[in-house]
Design a protein. Structure first.
Length: 168
């Protein structure tokens, strides 16, 4: 079991690195594109037809990969003082149930994101200006949900193993 968890940790670390890199790149590219869009539209009087669409699509990357980064870096909102006031055993149970609910939600997001992405309408749809397949953007939903599921599984295992020291 330890070998399996260590392998999952390595996968989770890679997913974390990948999510940070994609989020940072998407933010940088989006900033440049928005700046160029403003310059071309208001100063050169020749708007870029693809800039708004690209910025919007990059926001999808920022949102979903950024959510994984926030989960991994423990930057999501939590109410710790309530859980910390419980005795150790009850704290472990509450953390386990909380992680179970998170896993259920993430599994639903992954499943319905996959169903949505594989629907014939999405599979045959391209973006209007760039003509990129929409599946590239809908595919991010189950992919990042999978990244988060791996992370929450590791944190759940660690909290059960250590008894609530390692919270997700």
């Amino acid at each position: 079991m330890t070998r399996f968890i260590n392998t999952l940790r390595k996968i989770d670390d890679f997913f974390g690195w990948l999510s940070k890199a994609i989020t940072a790149a998407a933010i940088a590219i989006q900033t440049i594109i928005m700046f160029l869009g403003v310059i071309f539209r208001y100063f050169l009087k020749s708007p870029l037809t693809w800039s708004d669409e690209t910025a919007t699509l990059l926001m999808v990357f920022i949102t979903f990969f950024g959510c994984h980064v926030a989960l991994k870096e423990k930057m999501l909102a939590r109410i710790e003082f309530v859980v910390e006031s419980f005795p150790a055993l009850l704290r472990t149970i509450v953390i386990f149930l909380s992680n179970l609910l998170v896993l259920t939600l993430l599994a639903a997001i992954a499943y319905f994101g996959l169903v949505l992405g594989l629907s014939p309408v999405i599979l045959n749809q391209n973006t209007p200006a760039l003509e990129l397949p929409m599946i590239w953007f809908y595919g991010i939903i189950p992919l990042t949900a999978l990244f988060m599921i791996v992370h929450v599984l590791i944190k759940t295992y660690e909290s059960l193993r250590r008894g609530a020291e390692s919270q997700c």
